[in-house]
Write a protein that binds this ligand. Structure first.
Ligand SMILES: *Cc1c(COP(=O)(O)O)cnc(C)c1O
Length: 904
């Protein structure tokens, strides 16, 4: 059934934990077959399959506390004794415990099923009433002792448990550097690593694990230190930055503790110190990460008897629960919502506008978890987060380089700040009526043009969407490096509204803004990079534009400033309430900007921010810190399952396809040549190369389902899924819909989706089976949807009146001036799309100039912005557009234009 579990398919590099679960399920099935087989030969053959899978599992199980070496030994013993029924029974017990994680709390799961003495349960003392289940984790010990001593050592550690520990944990012991890396990658339950001096190098890994390890090591970097424990700690932190690390040394511990390179180590112990001290340190480390300063206080606040005389009648809920008419509100939401409402900033509730207490602490913890220097909570969505960042850093007349397809908050921010947007077009994917990302070549060209025209000084900021709605992921490190080589103080705003979760995948993290900012700083400090720059800089200064385009440019380590901002709609990819968003800052010059930043926060933040949204941001941080790694793996795994099921299904794949890497990223932007997530075999190294080097990468969790071949346009299909099948999905394009897996999805959701797609395909088959007419209609619908596609109109230009100079090729424009011009009704006129006047003016002038933003959904980006000259391709696109929702355009009035006599 799962014949490819042992191959190198992409999903298992992204989602290591699932390979193991899949193998256990596979093993269970084979045990059943073994029991069921009747003749001797068949039985022996089935047994050998059990042995084969079992051996592979052995190599993985040493990285997990459960089932552990003891149960695994019994398992092997039963196979050896040809005890098919006993093997099956044990496999079933282990499997079910792994699937529902009951081993975390049920001591019986740790005993072989059929000889369960009651007393043994107490030995592990992990049984507890389910209402007060303590959170569970695993402690990885990297040991230098002989493996024969490990079982006793594990037991000694378990004996340290106390009833009043807030958490419960199980120890795992490994003896080598490689095993330690594998353990933290394969086992998401590992939260703390205790490293003893003197562990070995070079583990005895199976060939397949070795390949896997190589990919992880390629993410770790090549820095080495004199100290093996430090090497290992750094590598582990690169893979999973949230881990707590404890060093146990037999000498020089004072020197270690004072070493600034080791600042990230949680504690250093003298090897022979009280084990209880280490135990307490382990538990305390987790308690610190578990802490949610704002939420914890809000819970306390809600329990206090408080009389309120401030302006928030809903607080405490008395007017609701006693109401004759709105009691159902109280019943629906429950008392806590109202007990937790307050407009006070006293009682320890802190102020979002000027946090000094627990909001400040919560933000500091978020900064650390998300890899930033500072984090700011925003309770009005990333729409507001973007405006805050842009207002803080841009002044009227500044130039902001910006992806024309970016979220509308950026266009409106340009209106608010008076900065001149310089729109750069992303590469088009006309076949699917959507855009990809902006190529590095276009970004560099835009900067070089500004330099040529003497305007580079005014270019303050670059704004890019990472990842895009459709899953195009930039290479922020490369983009920033090369743009900084041209403009060393350029500020970057990466709109990672969808991509906040990426931090918790060691693979996707490589492509986040915060990670890239940290790496940029490392490069700027590295003697090797300085050397490279010195060697290249004379040549680089003399490069022609052409050469600038085609060579990798290096940053000047003397003059480059790393100034990176990231906004994240926490509510879109993590467990925050709607509108919960964060601004993450990694800015060398933040001290200079801080005042303006504060003003921008004051401008856009409500004076009555919602307490529950703030609390949910605090909680989302806790969750991602402690289980983000696991959850993101799970979401990624489901995405791969959907990709495979749809694209390989004999019926579904006739009408539907999840677009693959090669469909969405043109080959020149894929140096690795990776083409597919579902077809390639043996390509882990291609995959890790793609992640590190390719100009664009496809986020596997964003699934563009092409539905044109089934005769549906995106909107129709979305309505069908929602109306008839209760499946809600993300956005649509002309001939596709976007599905997305997130940390909330389960395998049952996937099964439901597949079932529905099969049903829809059957319906199509039935409808055309004996009806030639229907078949013809379907074919013509398909042609219209997948072939007759309107060309996507690129940005044209601003009318000269709205440019800052008379240069012919000026792209950036004074969008604010045009925007406010339209407030003068006298200056505006309307023309209907069908009016032949439009064609005449396109032909003979005067030019048509848009008075406002026109944003059709889909595709969801502005086809026109205020002050933009409307060209024939734009009119064609509008005339062919068959969507209902067009913001800024009323079909009864027509296009809103600025009158020529008011702008000439
Ligand atoms: C959704 C989105 C936003 C706005 O975020 P909200 O939290 O909905 O305000 C900004 N940018 C991008 C790319 C988005 O997808």
């Amino acid at each position: 059934m799962l014949t490819n579990v042992l191959d190198q398919s992409a999903e298992y590099l992204f989602s290591t934990r699932h390979e193991r679960l899949d193998l256990w399920c596979d093993l269970l099935q084979r045990c059943r077959d073994w029991v069921a087989a009747s003749c001797c030969d068949a039985k022996e053959q089935k047994r050998r399959e059990v042995v084969r899978i079992g051996q592979h599992l052995q190599t993985l199980e040493r990285y997990h506390a459960y089932p552990g070496q003891r149960l695994m030994a019994i398992f092997e013993q039963r196979i050896g004794e040809h005890d098919d029924v006993g093997t099956l029974r044990l496999a079933r017990r282990i499997c079910s415990s792994l699937l529902d994680s009951s081993y975390r709390h049920d001591a019986n799961d740790w005993e072989p099923a059929d000889d369960l003495p009651d007393a043994s349960a107490a030995r592990y003392s992990i049984n507890q009433p389910s209402a007060q289940l303590r959170p569970y984790f695993e402690l990885l010990i990297v040991s230098s002792d002989a493996s024969s001593t490990w079982a006793q050592k594990q037991q000694d550690i378990r004996n340290l448990r106390r009833h009043d520990d807030a958490f419960i944990y199980q120890p795992i012991i490994v003896g080598t550097y490689e095993d330690a890396l594998m353990a933290v990658m394969l086992n998401p339950d590992v939260q703390v690593v205790a490293i003893h001096d003197g562990f070995q190098r070079n583990a005895n890994l199976s060939a397949r694990l070795r390949v896997m390890l190589d990919q992880y090591q390629s993410l770790v970097g090549s820095e080495t230190y004199e100290d093996p424990s430090l090497d290992l700690s750094v590598a582990l932190k690169q893979l999973r930055p949230e881990l707590d690390i404890i060093l146990l040394r037999d000498r020089n511990i004072e020197r270690t503790a004072g070493n600034p390179q080791m600042a990230f180590i949680n504690r250093v112990f003298y090897e022979f110190e009280e084990p209880m001290e280490v135990h307490l340190c382990v538990v305390e480390g987790i308690a610190n990460r578990y802490r949610t300063p704002f939420f914890d206080n809000l819970k306390r606040y809600a329990q206090r008897p408080i009389g309120t005389f401030h302006a928030l009648p809903i607080a405490r809920g008395k007017s609701i629960f006693k109401s004759n008419w709105i009691r159902d509100m109280g019943a629906f939401y429950g008392a806590n919502l109202f007990l937790a409402e307050s407009s006070a900033t006293t009682g320890g509730l802190d102020s979002l506008l000027e946090p000094t207490g627990n909001i400040r602490q919560a933000q500091l913890m978020a900064a650390s978890t998300f890899g930033a220097q500072a984090a700011f909570f925003v309770t009005n969505g990333t729409s507001t987060a973007n405006k805050i960042v842009e207002q803080a850093l841009l002044a009227p007349g500044d130039i902001v380089l910006i992806d024309r397809n970016c979220h509308k908050s950026h266009h409106y921010a340009a209106v608010l700040t008076g900065a001149y947007p310089l729109y750069i077009d992303a590469y088009p994917l006309s076949e699917y009526s959507m855009y990809g990302g902006v190529t590095l070549a276009s970004l560099k060209q835009a900067l070089l043009n500004l330099k040529r025209d003497g305007k580079l000084e005014r270019a303050k900021m670059m704004v890019l969407t990472n990842c895009t709605f459709d899953g195009h992921v930039y290479n922020p490190l490369r983009v920033m490096e090369e743009c900084l080589a041209i403009k060393p103080d350029l500020i970057f705003l990466w709109d990672e509204a969808w991509f906040g979760f990426a931090r918790f995948s060691p693979l996707l993290r490589q492509r986040t803004a915060m990670h890239a900012a940290t790496e940029l700083r490392k490069r700027l400090k590295s003697p090797r990079y300085r050397q490279q720059y010195t060697e290249q800089c004379t040549a680089q200064d003399a490069f022609t534009d052409e050469e600038m385009q085609h060579n990798r440019l290096l940053m000047d380590p003397e003059h480059t400033q790393v100034r990176v901002y990231q906004t994240s709609s926490v509510h879109k990819s993590m467990s925050a309430l709607r509108q919960g968003s964060m601004i993450l800052v990694s800015d060398d010059a933040f001290a200079q900007t801080e005042g303006a930043f504060r003003e921008a926060v004051f401008t856009h933040t409500s004076t009555s921010p919602n307490q529950q949204i703030i609390a949910s941001l605090d909680i989302a941080r806790r969750q991602m810190n402690l289980e983000g790694y696991d959850l993101v793996m799970r979401a990624t795994q489901l995405a791969f399952v959907i990709r495979k099921q749809v694209n390989n299904h004999p019926l579904i794949s006739r009408y539907f396809k999840i677009l693959d890497v090669a469909d969405l990223i043109p080959e020149p932007l894929r140096g690795s040549k990776i083409a597919s997530y579902v077809h390639d075999k043996a390509h882990w190294s291609t995959l890790s190369q793609a992640i590190i080097n390719d100009e664009f990468f496809l986020d596997p969790t964003r699934l563009t389902l092409s539905c044109g071949h089934a005769g549906f346009d995106g909107t129709q299909f979305k309505q069908l899924l929602a109306g008839r099948y209760n499946i809600q999905l993300n956005k649509t394009s002309r001939n596709s819909v976007l599905l997305q897996t997130n940390i909330n999805n389960t395998r049952s959701d996937v099964a439901h989706l597949i079932q529905v797609l099969v049903q829809i395909c059957r319906d199509i088959d039935d409808s055309i089976a004996d009806d030639e007419n229907q078949a013809l209609q379907l074919r013509s619908r398909v042609t219209r949807l997948v072939e007759d596609l309107p060309a996507l109109p690129d940005f044209s230009c601003f009318h000269p009146e709205f440019r800052s100079d008379a240069l012919e090729n000026t792209i950036e424009g004074d969008i604010r001036k045009a925007f406010y011009k339209a407030y003068d009704l006298e200056a505006c006129e309307y023309l209907k799309l069908s009016d032949s006047m439009i064609d005449q003016r396109l032909e003979n002038g005067p030019p048509l100039v848009s008075a406002n933003f026109v944003i059709p959904y889909p595709p969801g980006f502005p086809i026109m912005v205020p002050g933009q000259v409307i060209t024939a391709p734009i009119i064609d696109f509008m005339r062919n557009l068959d969507v209902q929702e067009i913001h800024g355009y009323s079909s009864s009035q027509g296009l809103k234009l600025l009158k020529p006599e008011h702008i000439e």
